[in-house]
Design a binder for this molecule. Structure first.
Ligand code: G3P
Length: 218
């Protein structure tokens, strides 16, 4: 399973990248705003800054919601760096735009996905990545991981190439559950990734090894 980090914070991206486990980055307009990155020029420069840190796919989201606007914006985003993936919302014009970019060899990430039907449409349009939002489904008493498993089954039935990018991952258990049901990629906050490190027996065991070494090497 590929690990993407879901943030526009450059320090967090650097920290995850320095661990040697980062495969890419996802962002969205809310995450950009959270870092105080506003205005088209600053946002575009920020995408380039991210691409210069990570050697992997970086999702950059269009703001337009009409076909012509998404094409114009997406082409501009794709021209910023070879690793840019154009992130497009799951709407009718979005599906059409995904087909356009697929035919031009430009990678896409279909976002705001909450159902298996939407997942089928995005795969038919040739999306590179599909982003079902696990945490936001959990928020409305619907099991987000179950949707990942359902899409996995459907995509395997038809050998769709679209990669399932489990998004809105909020915590460490989500990552493990995504791996159990076969998500191709997960994107989550740095805290969820670092949570995978933790086990009290590791800490106790390390303390004991170091204490025993110290005893024997006085
Ligand atoms: O990748 C999608 C993500 O940014 C949404 O996460 O936590 O706002 O539901 P969240």
């Amino acid at each position: 399973m590929k690990f993407f980090i879901d943030t526009a914070n450059l320090d967090e991206i650097r920290e995850a990248n320095d661990m040697g486990i980062l495969d890419g980055v996802t962002t969205n307009p809310s995450l950009m705003a959270k870092e105080g990155i506003t205005g088209a020029d600053r946002i575009l420069k920020h995408y380039v800054d991210i691409c210069n840190i990570v050697d992997g796919d970086v999702s950059a989201e269009v703001i337009a919601t009409d076909y012509a606007g998404m094409i114009k914006e997406g082409e501009n985003l794709a021209s910023l760096h070879p690793n840019i993936v154009v992130k497009i919302p799951m709407i009718k014009d979005g599906i059409k735009a995904i087909r356009y970019f697929t035919d031009k060899g430009i990678k896409t990430n279909c976002t705001l996905v909450f159902s298996a039907g939407q997942a089928i449409l995005a795969a038919k349009a040739g999306a590179t990545y599909l982003s079902p939002f696990v945490g936001r489904l959990d928020d409305v008493s619907t099991n987000g991981i179950d949707l990942i498993a359902q899409i996995r089954l459907i995509y395997d039935n038809y050998m769709f190439d679209t990669q399932i990018l489990a998004a809105s991952v909020r915590h460490t258990m989500h990552i493990i559950q995504c791996a159990e049901v076969g998500a191709d990629v997960m994107t989550g906050p740095l805290s969820s990734i670092k949570g995978l490190l933790n086990h009290p027996l590791t800490d106790i065991g390390l303390q004991k090894f170091l204490a025993d070494y110290a005893k024997g090497n006085k």
